[in-house]
Structure formats: structure tokens, C-alpha cells
Write a protein that binds this ligand. Structure first.
Ligand code: FAD
Length: 400
């Protein structure tokens, strides 16, 4: 009976874990370990693009790649982690229950948008967290032209001025005008709790965000909290009312609820603390990667962000190390000292920064070209070619 590596999730962390584990097994010429990926779909969903139009196309199939590399795919959604018996219970697309055994488990189930108990939010606010929810937003925007013209119809409120909120908001003027007409008088408002525009993102990148917002006519209401959402707009905690036909919630991401089934220390986003080899602290057989892992990127006190650049690298290290663990060879200490940001800013362009203090290196069109390259090439899976895919999974390949 082959030893089993089970990977929960086929996102950036899960995909690269599977490829990297296969790479190490290949290097050691071992055929006695099976790698299984359990996920609802055999596709890499390109979450960083979910604020764009045609969101249903933002995915890449993985079946051929998995076949080429010899990775087994099981379609389903994990529900229970039974650490004592080393089993994962899951539900199939048909609704039937299934069970998979493991010798080593990699938790790569990602994260999701937090939905705090704000009145009306679940009923009336859209989001760009999943392809399905972003497609609902897209259908809603496309249908705005059928509504009677009004200022409210042409107004979008984006709750949250972090990376996701800014990328979503700065895309909105063009998306609204594509539907309502080039000369439509559109209004896009970001509501954020911070005391200054994009304050949480640092002084390096802030001026570019301010400039882009001014150029695009994006309004910011800072120091404000959305108290309730309804069919006609939002009401802020100070009583201010904004009439808006579209409200998009982007505030706060949390690690998959599966992390709660693994005992351990968690950060404020629910991510499991992992050791330098990405094994969950206090566990012999469970690794966490991507958005489920709270991992030190260097020895200077920096930790991985919930981002693709980290999830890809974390995946490669976790996969390598889970296979190394079974083979009895030395693991590789996760290290990713370089940190960059490439923030899309709609028709203004983009801004590219380096370092945790986000020093601006490129702006506008130059940064936009880089962003397009990242979003349409670099983060996509490798071709379904075994040798090329395994070579691409080397943990030492820098992601940024
Ligand atoms: C709108 C938006 C914009 C973003 N922009 C950027 C950006 O510009 N740059 C950047 O670096 N990052 C960006 N991110 C963050 C980035 O997308 C995530 O950090 C990244 O996707 C994390 O990878 P992951 O593999 O951990 O999780 P995911 O990519 O979310 O993959 C999780 C996988 O687990 C599967 N899964 C979930 N639950 C289960 C279960 N119970 N059982 C089995 N499988 C399960 C999912 O189906 C999926 O296959 C953005 C995110 C969003 C939502």
C-alpha cells in the first residue's frame, strides 16, 4: 500500500504543494507515495482577477496537468479532519460522504471574505471573493442599464479601502461606463475605517493611490463604518446616508474554517502558526500552506501575507517538505525575504513597490504592464508537461 500525501485545496498553495511533492519524489525515484488533491473543482481559480469583467473565465483547468504529473484528484469538499485516525471526511458533488486516509496532510484550503453581522449585508452587498459571487456582481452591473436613470443607479459604494477594495473600486468607473455609456455620470465611493486614504497600506504607496483616486474621481469617506446596507444604499455609523444601487463588501479575510479543526495557535485571521518547515506547530503529520499558514518569511519579524506571491512559494516549500518528511530526507526552511506589491489602479495604471515599507518602483502604465503580466501569465499553472511542471515547482525559484 502506497503512503499517502493528502492536500486539501487546489488553489495556489495546494497546486504548488502537489507539484513540489511530486518533484521531490521524482528526484528520489520513488513510486511508493501517492499524492492526492481534494478540492471542489480541478481548476486553479485566479482570485486576484475577480474584480475584472468576464469573471467566469478567471480559472485554469488542472486535470491534464495532474494527469501529466501523476497527481490523483478527488472532487469534493473536506468537512472533517480526524487527526487520531488520519482521515479526512468530505462531501462529494453528489452530496454523498467520502473518506480519505493520509500519512501526511497539507491544509491548503485558502481563505474567505469575512461577513460580520452588519444589518442587510448578506442580502444586499455584493463581493468579489469567489467566481460565483463576483459573477452575481457582474450580472447586476450589466443589468443596471435596464433600471431607470438616477444618481443612485450610477453610484457604487465599496466597503473597505484595503488592496481588494481599492482594486475593485478603481475598476468600477470603466465597468459602469461600459454598461451605462461613455459619458455617464458615475460615482464610486470607498468607505474605510482608517483616518486617511489607504492609511493602512503605508506612506510609500499612499501617494499613488491618492493620485489615482483623484484622477478617476473615486471618493473616499475615511474614519467611517458601514452600519447597514439595504436595497437603496448604505447608512454609516454616524447616520450619513449614501444612496447607491451597488454596494460591494471587501473588508477582512479569514483562513478556511478547516483550520479550526486543527489544534494550535492562530493569528488574528485564523491562520495556523507553522514552524520553519511549514508543519503546524505541535503536530507530527499536518502542514499548512497558503492563506491557512501564519509563516515567518525571514528572521526580521515579517510574516507571509494572504497573497499569491506567498501562497505559491509556501506551496512549493510545503510540498517539498511533506514529501521529504515521508522520504526521511532534510526539509527546506521556508524563506521568502523579498516582498513586492503590484496594485491595479484602474485606468490610471498601477503601482509596483518593493519591500515591506512599499517603496515605489514603477507607476502608471509601466506598473500596469507588469500587473497584466503577473495576472495573466505568472500566476497561471504550468503547462501539462511533466518535466516542465516539476522543474517549475523548485522551492528555490523566486516568486517575485
Ligand atoms: C478579489 C481578490 C483580489 C486579490 N488580489 C491579489 C493580488 O493582487 N495579489 C496577490 O498576491 N493576492 C491577491 N489576492 C489574494 C490571493 O488570491 C490569495 O492569497 C490566494 O488565492 C491564496 O491562495 P490559497 O491557495 O491559499 O487559497 P485559494 O486560492 O483561495 O485556494 C483555496 C483552495 O481550497 C479549496 N477549498 C476551500 N475549502 C475547501 C474544502 N473544505 N475542501 C476542499 N477544498 C477546499 C478551494 O476550492 C481552492 O481550490 C486577492 C484575493 C481576492 C479575493
Amino acid at each position: 500500500m502506497k503512503q499517502q500525501i493528502l492536500i486539501i485545496g487546489a488553489g495556489f498553495g495546494g497546486l504548488w504543494s502537489a507539484l513540489s511533492a511530486a518533484r521531490l519524489l521524482d528526484q528520489h525515484d520513488r513510486n511508493d507515495v501517492e499524492i492526492t488533491v481534494l478540492a471542489p473543482q480541478a481548476e486553479l481559480r485566479i482570485r486576484p482577477r475577480f474584480y475584472e469583467p468576464n469573471v467566469h473565465t478567471m480559472k485554469a483547468p488542472l486535470n491534464d496537468l495532474f494527469d501529466a504529473v501523476g497527481i490523483k484528484f478527488v472532487q469534493g469538499s473536506a468537512e472533517r479532519i480526524d487527526e487520531k485516525n488520519k482521515q479526512v471526511g468530505y462531501v462529494k458533488a453528489s452530496g454523498e460522504q467520502g473518506q480519505l486516509s493520509y500519512d501526511r496532510l497539507v491544509l491548503a484550503a485558502g481563505s474567505h471574505l469575512m461577513r460580520p453581522p452588519v444589518e442587510g449585508m448578506l442580502e444586499y452587498a455584493f463581493d468579489v471573493d469567489t467566481i460565483e459571487s463576483a459573477a452575481e456582481l457582474e450580472a447586476h452591473i450589466n443589468a443596471l442599464k435596464d433600471q431607470p436613470a438616477s444618481a443612485a443607479r450610477n453610484t457604487v459604494v465599496v466597503a473597505g479601502g484595503g488592496f481588494t477594495g481599492i482594486e475593485t473600486a478603481t475598476e468600477m468607473p470603466a465597468r459602469l461606463r461600459a454598461v451605462l455609456g461613455e459619458n455617464a455620470d458615475v460615482r464610486v465611493i470607498i468607505v474605510d475605517r482608517g483616518t486617511q486614504v489607504a492609511g493602512a497600506l503605508g506612506d510609500g504607496i499612499r501617494p499613488s493611490i491618492v493620485e489615482a483616486s483623484e484622477h478617476l474621481g473615486i471618493e473616499w469617506i475615511v474614519g467611517a463604518t458601514v452600519a447597514s446596507v439595504d436595497a437603496g444604499g448604505v447608512t454609516l455609523a454616524d447616520g450619513q446616508r449614501i444612496e447607491a444601487g451597488t454596494v460591494i463588501w471587501t473588508v477582512g479575510f479569514r483562513a478556511s474554517p478547516l483550520t479550526e479543526q486543527v489544534q494550535g495557535t492562530r493569528d488574528h485571521q485564523g491562520r495556523l502558526h507553522v514552524d520553519p518547515n511549514l508543519k503546524v506547530r505541535g503536530h507530527a503529520d499536518i502542514y499548512a500552506t497558503g492563506d491557512t499558514a501564519y509563516a515567518a518569511t525571514d528572521d526580521l519579524g515579517n510574516f507571509a501575507a494572504m497573497s499569491c506571491q506567498h501562497a505559491i512559494a509556501l506551496g512549493r516549500y510545503a510540498g517539498n517538505n511533506v514529501a521529504a518528511d515521508l522520504l526521511g530526507v532534510d526539509p527546506m526552511v521556508y524563506s521568502q525575504p523579498k516582498y513586492v506589491t503590484c496594485l491595479d489602479l484602474g485606468a490610471w495604471g498601477a503601482v509596483f513597490t518593493e519591500g515591506w515599507d512599499r517603496q515605489v518602483k514603477l507607476v502608471k502604465q509601466e506598473a500596469k504592464e507588469l500587473k497584466q503580466q503577473i495576472n495573466s501569465v505568472w500566476i497561471y499553472p504550468p503547462a501539462a508537461d511533466r518535466a516542465a511542471a516539476l522543474a517549475a515547482a523548485d522551492p528555490l525559484i523566486p516568486v517575485a
